[in-house]
Write a protein that binds this ligand. Structure first.
Ligand code: ATP
Length: 618
């Protein structure tokens, strides 16, 4: 029976994880000479059995968000006492808790995540009510109605306070626990199928493989939120793919990972702050809010006020994530290989490669601070943009403190007047063209759709506040020259030049047949569409969303060799700006903006001051 084979494979996979554990853990050194498989299977059995009892202790605490202020979570520091609520650092690493938390779903009947599901229903109805109230207070129009309805019905997850597994050993246990949970979910699903038959799902893969049950998909998502770091990042990358790459139930469950991670408990947060900024870090602040304003994949963000009265956002990295990038990626790979949750293929390998590169850059907050300062500098005279100030004395490699900026995430601009939408759309495209062709230095987005929260629009000052420069990088002038020529060729419908530039950029090898060339040119011309005619391109009226979203995939599908990352990411950047304009429904004079840049562009010279000022992260 195929499900038995699958389970067998998974157990084998867990044995591999076990071998990894024994390789790395001092504690298990002695087991090396013994029978590792027996050791892990008996430990697994014990953990599975005890999961029921432990689950009550390891579920984490649901955070209650207090409103209205003053909030209990804010700690004030004064000059005389300057002592924050100290961290009870009695907690051990808690690796076993982590493992047990990962397998706890084993105890849940029918794969239901007990209280969690119930909470989700409750949350979603409460949120829906508040969203509807918000909606009733302003005239938003039909399009926004649909958006709000969609948002309100989407699965919501309240962040849970859970310790980040910070040592290689505890992270391995987390993965092993997840593997065990998935195995158990598979057994449950298979049993169900024997008794009630295989579901006639529209999604063939889900119907074929018992691994692909909704419950297993949720297990995966919740475990990734708990693990954070590279594991969560990969989940987030997978969550934005289409169904041809990632099965529908997995995509649905991975929606959870996009809503943010679990949050660190206060003692762990204090440990990181002490280690990074010194135990007297409180003396540099007037107050610190322990309730995070955001919990992202590699760190969480807290409000604070500095001694000189500046409101700041402190991004604090989860401990251990920077050192576990490689092992997390390997472990996710082992899990995915053995569970077949995601079809094998080129995509997964390249996703892992991109995740590895991007994460190692993003974990270095000193580099992010340098990138941010550089952006602040180059945009200092650009009207309508603002890059927050970096506060050096409360920043380090794992903590980044920047001036707090206000505004609504750019996608919410869709709810404002058409005039504002057009203004913001124009500004966004202007910024993208400046980054690409003037600064040759950009906030990169390699794998993801644009992160709307990285652009906060402040209506009062008509300014777009920019944050998150973790993946910012500089580009070689030669690439940018060819890319500008390609965009202009596409804008003018010039097939021959578009093909020539695509070859020079590495999108084509020159060996493609006519069918491939046609497909490539068609995909490339989508980029030229908004630039084709003067007088304003209406991103709302022209239905190019799907084509733009699939642009990268189409370009990749028809190539013989992978294009260089540089060329691909330039492309993603431009299509990202289009996606933002589509999202907010703007009419933008794209052609005029492009021609303005083109007329001022100096081809073939390397003397540009932005390059000579040092390539921060190329
Ligand atoms: N200076 C700031 N002012 C206001 N809000 C901020 C600031 N810095 C960060 N935030 C908030 O914190 C969130 C996460 O910050 P940021 O994007 O820098 O973290 P990240 O780890 O790079 O996240 P991601 O995984 O989403 O890329 C932002 O979306 C924003 O809501």
């Amino acid at each position: 029976m195929s499900w038995l084979n699958d389970v067998g494979k998974l157990i084998n996979g867990l044995s591999l994880v076990a071998k990894e554990i024994t390789k790395r853990s001092q504690a298990l050194q002695t087991a090396r000479t013994g029978d590792v498989e027996t050791l892990i299977s008996s430990s697994l059995k014990k953990a599975l059995v005890s999961a029921t009892e432990i689950s009550g202790l390891t579920r984490g605490t649901v955070r209650e968000f207090t409103n209205p202020k003053p909030k209990e979570s804010i700690v004030y520091f004064n000059d005389s006492s300057d002592v924050a609520q100290s961290a009870p650092s009695t907690d051990k690493d808690g690796a076993v808790d982590q493992f047990a938390a990962s397998v706890r779903d084993v105890s849940n009947d029918g794969g239901k995540l007990d209280g969690e599901n119930e909470a989700k229903v409750l949350e979603s109805s409460v949120e829906k009510e508040s969203l509807v109230k918000e909606f009733e207070s302003i005239d938003l129009g039909d399009r926004v109605d649909v958006d709000i309805e969609r948002e309100a019905t989407a699965k919501r997850r309240r962040p849970r306070e859970r310790k980040v597994p910070s040592t290689p050993f505890s992270r391995l246990l987390g993965f092993a626990g997840l593997g065990a949970g998935l195995a158990w979910g598979t057994v449950q699903e298979s049993t169900k199928r024997i008794m009630y038959g295989t579901p006639s799902s529209q999604d063939k893969q889900a119907a074929i493989s018992p691994f692909l049950s909704d419950q297993n998909a949720e297990r995966l998502a919740y475990a990734l939120c708990r693990m954070r770091g590279a594991a969560l990042k990969i989940g987030q990358m997978l969550s934005i793919q289409d169904e041809s790459l990632v099965p529908a139930p997995i995509l649905a469950a991975l929606d959870i990972v996009r809503q943010g991670a679990d949050v660190m408990p206060r003692w762990q947060l204090n440990q990181v702050l002490d280690a990074e900024l010194g135990s007297d870090w409180q003396s540099k602040l007037t107050s610190f809010d322990y309730e995070p304003m955001a919990a992202a994949s590699i760190g969480q963000v807290h409000r604070a006020v500095t001694k000189d009265g500046m409101q700041v956002a402190m991004k604090i990295q989860y401990p251990g994530v920077a050192d576990s990038i490689e092992s997390d990626i390997q472990n996710v790979k082992i899990l995915l290989d053995y569970t077949n949750l995601i079809p094998k293929g080129l995509y997964l390998d390249s996703a892992m490669k991109v995740a590895r590169e991007e994460l190692s850059r993003e974990c270095d907050y000193e580099m992010e601070a340098a990138n941010q300062k550089r952006f602040r500098d180059v945009l200092s005279n650009a009207k309508g943009f603002y890059v927050p100030y970096v506060v050096d004395d409360t920043s380090s490699k794992r903590v980044l403190t920047t001036e707090l900026v206000s505004g609504i995430p750019i996608d919410k601009v869709a709810q404002l007047s058409q005039e504002t939408r057009n203004y913001v759309g124009k500004k966004l495209l202007e910024l993208t063209l400046m980054e690409l062709f003037v600064f040759r230095f950009m906030q990169a987005c390699f794998h993801t759709d644009p992160n709307w929260s990285n652009f906060l629009y402040d209506e009062a000052t008509k300014t777009i506040n920019l944050i998150d420069f973790g993946a910012a990088r500089a580009y070689p002038k030669s690439f940018v020259d060819e890319y500008l020529r390609m965009v202009v060729a596409c804008a003018n419908g010039d097939r021959e030049s578009a093909i020539e530039m695509s070859r020079r950029l590495g999108f084509l090898t020159g060996m493609e047949n006519v069918i491939m060339l046609d497909a490539h040119v068609q995909a490339a011309f989508i980029v030229g569409m908004p630039f084709a005619k003067p007088g304003g391109y209406d991103f709302c009226a022209n239905n190019i969303t799907q084509s733009i979203s699939n642009l990268g995939a189409t370009m990749l599908r028809h190539r013989l060799t992978p294009p260089p990352d540089e060329a691909y990411s330039l492309h993603r950047k431009l299509s990202g700006a289009f996606l933002a304009c589509i999202k907010i429904g703007a009419v933008v004079p794209c052609r005029e903006l492009l021609l303005d840049v083109y007329e001022h562009y100096q081809f073939g010279e390397e003397s540009d001051e932005f390059l000579s000022s040092g390539s921060i992260s190329s």
